[in-house]
Design a protein around this ligand. Structure first.
Ligand SMILES: [Zn+2]
Length: 266
């Protein structure tokens, strides 16, 4: 499995991904916004796009579908509950489904929160290859240093449940491929909640001069060191929240929701 990331140079700062099988030269496009660009990329790499997977129904994650389908006849896949929201979906997916193409194996995670039909895709490590870790295509659920918003048809309680049940249990070495480039901005928010987090400061300094095309690929283990939404037990974060929410509840869910609320207003 070979993964190509393309930054879309748009205001929403989308990343598009193409996953290619090196043996069969078949490929899967994830959340295509610019279908033409994905077709060009596939051609340059000698790949044929056979499938499109949409993590959710927002226009910036599906707009490239028709161009790719028209040119390649690719199948469109989404969560089964998104089939009424995304035009021309061929196959509805459920939690736990395995999607395969050549040697590519993708596990479907159901992760509502950003929208009620959002899925994440776990690209499974191939045996006998130099790929040493699973990869997570997280759409708009988990970003570098943040969680996705819940203000465009989503629900923060669902988002918390998705984090706890689906994302937090994944191993540290899992590589993160989010749907947007928001890392610099999100690190600034992370530091506003945890100003003494040296790892966040170090990464902020490292990525400051980088363009979205050059941003690093982070692991979940690294994210756990600075992403406040993965650090719900961190005393410094909780103390800071209590200053703004005197009645902050004791649970992780309360911390998560307070962080998300502050991020919305930030
Ligand atoms: Zn979205």
């Amino acid at each position: 499995m070979k993964i190509f990331r393309r930054y879309m140079h748009n205001n929403l700062r989308n990343y598009n991904y193409l996953i290619g099988c090196e043996r069969t030269q078949e490929a899967i496009a994830i959340d295509p916004l610019d279908g033409e660009q994905m077709l060009q990329l596939a051609q340059q790499q000698g790949l044929k796009i056979k499938m499109v997977i949409n993590t959710h129904e927002h226009h910036d994650h599906i707009e490239g579908n028709p161009t790719i389908v028209a040119a390649t006849g690719a199948q469109v896949l989404s969560h089964q509950n998104a089939m009424e929201r995304i035009p021309n979906v061929d196959r509805g997916l459920q939690a736990g489904d395995l999607v395969t193409l050549g040697d590519i194996r993708l596990r479907v995670l159901f992760t509502p929160g950003h929208t009620p039909v959002h899925l994440c895709i776990l690209g499974l490590r191939e045996e006998n290859s130099n790929m040493t870790q699973d990869v997570l295509f997280s759409g708009d659920t988990l970003f570098n240093a943040c969680a996705g918003n819940c203000s465009k048809g989503g629900d923060v309680d669902d988002m918390y449940d998705s984090f706890v049940s689906q994302l937090m249990p994944l191993p540290d070495e899992t590589l993160l491929y989010p749907g947007h480039e928001y890392m610099k901005n999100n690190l600034a928010f992370a530091l506003s909640r945890e100003p003494s987090n040296q790892t966040a400061k170090d990464w902020q300094a490292k990525v400051d001069a980088l363009t979205p095309d050059d941003m690093p690929y982070m692991t979940l283990g690294q994210e756990r060191q600075y992403n406040p939404f993965l650090r719900l037990h961190e005393a410094r974060i909780i103390e800071g929240l209590k200053k703004e929410y005197q009645n902050l509840g004791q649970g992780d869910r309360d911390v998560f929701k307070a962080l998300r609320k502050l991020r919305d207003q930030w």
